[in-house]
Design a protein around this ligand. Structure first.
Ligand code: TMP
Length: 213
C-alpha cells in the first residue's frame, strides 16, 4: 500500500518544523516508516537550489536577486528533483512522507506575495512534478506579532531573502494560504498554532488522523 504524504504549511515562525518532527515521532511510534523532509531542499540538488534562492548576501545584496518568475521556476525545479528522487520512491515503498512546505508555499509566496498567476504556478508543478499533491496539508496559523517574536528568538534577526520581506508581503502570503484552505477543505486542516508545541501537536494529530485515514 502506498504511504501518505503530509505537508505542513504556513508563514514564518508558526512552528512547522517542530510539528513535522512531533508528527513523525508519533507515526513512528505506530510502527510506520516516516521520512521527514523540507522545501526548498530535501535532496542534494534541491538543497543546492535552496542555497541560491535564500542567500541574502550573494546576488540579492547587489540588487541582482531573482525576479518572481525566475524564483518560481527555481522552486519548481527544486521540487521536481525532490519529488522524483525522494518523495515518490518513499511513498511507493509504503513510507509516510512528512514535508515542511511544498507546492502551496509557491502558490502563497510567488503567487499571493509576488503576484504570479496561480494557474501558472500549477502549470510549473504539472511540468516539474506531474502535479503530485499531498494527501493532507496542515496549515498552521498564528497571530503575526507572535510569529515575529518566535522568528526573532530563533534567528536573532538573521532572516533569509524571502523571510525578510516586508510585513505587507507576508500578510498577502497569509491571506493566500487561507484562501487555498477554504477552497479545498478535503485536503487542508487549518490548525491554530498558539500555545505549547505539545498542545498544537495534539490538534495536528487529530486532524491528520481524520484527513489521512
Ligand atoms: P523555510 O525558512 O520555512 O525553510 O522556507 C524558506 C523560505 O522560502 C520561506 O521564506 C518561504 C519560501 N518559499 C517560497 O517562497 N516558495 C516555496 O515554494 C517554498 C517551498 C518556500
Amino acid at each position: 500500500m502506498p504511504g501518505k504524504f503530509v505537508v505542513f504549511e504556513g508563514g514564518e515562525g508558526v512552528g512547522k518544523s517542530t510539528q513535522s518532527r512531533l508528527l513523525a515521532e508519533a507515526m513512528r511510534a505506530r510502527g510506520l516508516e516516516v521520512v521527514t523532509t523540507r522545501e526548498p531542499g530535501g535532496t542534494p540538488g534541491a538543497e543546492a537550489i535552496r542555497a541560491m534562492l535564500l542567500d541574502k548576501d550573494g546576488l540579492a545584496k547587489d540588487g541582482l536577486g531573482w525576479g518572481a518568475r525566475a524564483e518560481a521556476l527555481l522552486f519548481a525545479a527544486a521540487r521536481a528533483d525532490h519529488v522524483e528522487r525522494l518523495i515518490r520512491p518513499a511513498l511507493a515503498r509504503g513510507a509516510w512522507v512528512v514535508c515542511d512546505r511544498y507546492l502551496d508555499s509557491s502558490r502563497a509566496y510567488q503567487g499571493g506575495g509576488s503576484g504570479l498567476e496561480d494557474a501558472d504556478i500549477l502549470t510549473l508543478h504539472r511540468i516539474g512534478s506531474a502535479g503530485l499533491l499531498p494527501d493532507c496539508t496542515v496549515l498552521l496559523t498564528l497571530d503575526p506579532a507572535e510569529a515575529a517574536r518566535r522568528v526573532e528568538k530563533r534567528d536573532a534577526g538573521a532572516l533569509d531573502r524571502i523571510g525578510g520581506r516586508a510585513a505587507d508581503y507576508h500578510a498577502r502570503v497569509a491571506a493566500a494560504f487561507r484562501r487555498f484552505a477554504e477552497a479545498e477543505p478535503e485536503r487542508f486542516a487549518v490548525i491554530a498554532a498558539n500555545g505549547a508545541p505539545e498542545a498544537v501537536h495534539v490538534r495536528v494529530l487529530a486532524a491528520v488522523d481524520s484527513l489521512c485515514a
